[in-house]
Ligand binder design. Structure first.
Ligand SMILES: [Zn+2]
Length: 222
């Protein structure tokens, strides 16, 4: 069986031909390269014993080394700024930083809904404070996300990346809008526009969930 690897997201496909479209990142078949099965990093301990290795195997692994996907040659990091950027990508700064807003946002939305249902101003204030932390963390999340997209996925602009960007942009925009709205009018939840405010918040958490779900696809490749 032949083995193919997506050069954008590293998804592995087994079959006679590469898939027409990568099921993870959506690039077409031309972005797939054939690799040797032996070069797939395995989490399981290797089953082969040293005795079973034959001359043909060593030829095979030599071939694998040639076929193995090599990342495109990267320009050397020259400035301190570039070194920091590479370190951020290497140490997964995006998934790490994104857990701050993703952890706080559900609480914000639940508190706003409770404040609206039971007319408790304190809960709305707590939600607003949480939202301030979300807004503070978002620039770092967006920056590291863009960095990772450029450095790790070669700025590929397939549907899935567009969906992720749109979801992230909507999350950010709605978050800024509802926070500003609450700060301008702290009585919003007891006014006639409270329903719109709540719907916007639910939309925001939905977009954050979609962005997170797509991010998870890249991590888990399923
Ligand atoms: Zn892919």
């Amino acid at each position: 069986m032949r083995v193919w690897q997506c050069t954008v997201c590293k998804y592995i496909h087994k079959g006679d031909k590469p898939p027409q479209k990568c099921p993870v990142c959506g690039v077409d078949a031309s972005k797939f390269v054939e690799i040797d099965e032996a070069s797939i990093p395995e989490k399981r301990p290797p089953k082969r014993t040293p005795e079973s290795a034959t001359a043909s195997d060593s030829k095979k692994s030599a071939k694998a080394a040639v076929k193995e996907v090599k990342p495109p040659p990267k320009p050397e990091d020259t400035t301190v700024f570039e070194i920091i950027q590479s370190l951020l990508v290497k140490h997964h700064a995006h998934p790490v930083s994104v857990h701050t807003p993703n952890g706080i946002l559900p609480m914000v939305v639940i508190l706003y809904i409770l404040a609206w249902l039971f007319d408790v101003e304190l809960l709305a204030k707590a939600a607003m404070i949480g939202q301030v932390f979300v807004v503070i963390s978002l620039p770092l999340v967006i920056y590291t996300g863009t960095l990772e997209w450029r450095k790790k996925y070669g700025a590929a602009l397939t549907t899935i990346f567009k969906q992720k960007m749109l979801a992230a942009a909507l999350t950010t925009a709605i978050c800024v809008i509802t926070l500003s709205w609450y700060l301008i009018d702290p009585t919003i939840l007891s006014s006639s526009k409270a329903g719109v405010f709540i719907i916007l918040n639910v939309l925001m958490i939905t977009c954050a969930g979609i962005a997170g779900h797509i991010g998870g696809k890249f991590v888990f490749k399923d």
